[in-house]
Write a protein that binds this ligand. Sequence first.
Ligand code: NAP
Length: 336
Amino acid sequence: MTLQIGVIGCGMIGRDHTRRIQQVLTGAKVVALSDVNQANAESVRDDFAPEAMIYATGEALIGSTDVHAVLVTSWGATHEPYVLAAIAAGKPVFCEKPLATTAEGARRIVEAEVAYGKKLVQVGFMRRYDAGYLALKKAVEQHTGAPILVHAAHRNPSVPEAYITPMAIHDTMIHEIDVLRWLLNDDYVSARVLYPRNAARSHTKLRDPQVVILETAKGVLIDVEIFVNCQYGYDIRCEVIGEAGAASLPEPMAIAIRLDAKNQSPILTDWKDRFVASYDVELQDFIVAAAKGSATGPTAWDGYAAAVAADACVQAQESGGDAVAIELSVRPALYN
Ligand code: NAP
């Protein structure tokens, strides 16, 4: 059976996910599209899914009997109502991050899913599907011994002028927040933020770089450098130090060129290139589970845990270096 998917939000990532469902992945096709800006939906239909119907609203798309599963790739603030509507309709739903823009919103989704009694939600934390992070997790589980420290960095060459300090957490570090929790199989208990002097290319509404220090329930200390004006490239780094050894995230494959008495290899500059393969794997995983009427991968609970930690980190940005507690509600059995 071919899984019939409806896509809500036909901007950059909705367009790209439609392309991969139509041209790269197996077992599914896009039969429905919706966007507040209908021209975006028409453009995606014309380029990738000529047989797809365009729906005036996301709610109408979710309600259509032609739609077996839903992709929510609209603007972040609209995710919560669409995910709740998909759960109410009993349809598997892949939601791009963030699951909701507040921890309370994510919690409402968890409660709706628990009341439904079955996992239907996959959150788009694609780093869990990256071959490098999967290899790092295996190395930590098999070789380094219990983790004690993690050093991580998230560097972007530059960001638009509208990017301001809290976005370093909500838009950038949110991926580290999820993937490190998964990597360590642990939960965060506190966050602190420290700032060096501002980089010359930053501006008054952006503290850049910044260092977020997270402490986990098992006593691991994590430092994450976020530097979104680093100039030289898009660079994601992660080293785990354990009882017996240390393991690092592998560098992306890059050709080594020996020339003019130098040994050089290029560094990526666009985040889309860094994780392109993991988007394919995460969505294929969604298709396989959704065809069985369920969901796999990062759960609504993971989306909630990330939202709580992100809120604490943003609070810590303003706390003058003091620690801010990270407290989750009791994890429902559905997510054990
Ligand atoms: P985008 O290019 O702005 O696309 C969002 C689309 O949703 C636009 O076409 C927008 O229409 C439409 N839209 C806004 N409100 C809507 C509503 N109520 N109902 C239906 N459509 C609506 O943004 P994007 O970069 O694709 O990002 C979309 C989401 O994916 C964001 O939450 C973002 O954080 C997430 N994302 C995740 C990753 C990742 O690494 N996992 C990467 C990129 C993006 P207008 O053009 O009229 O506003």
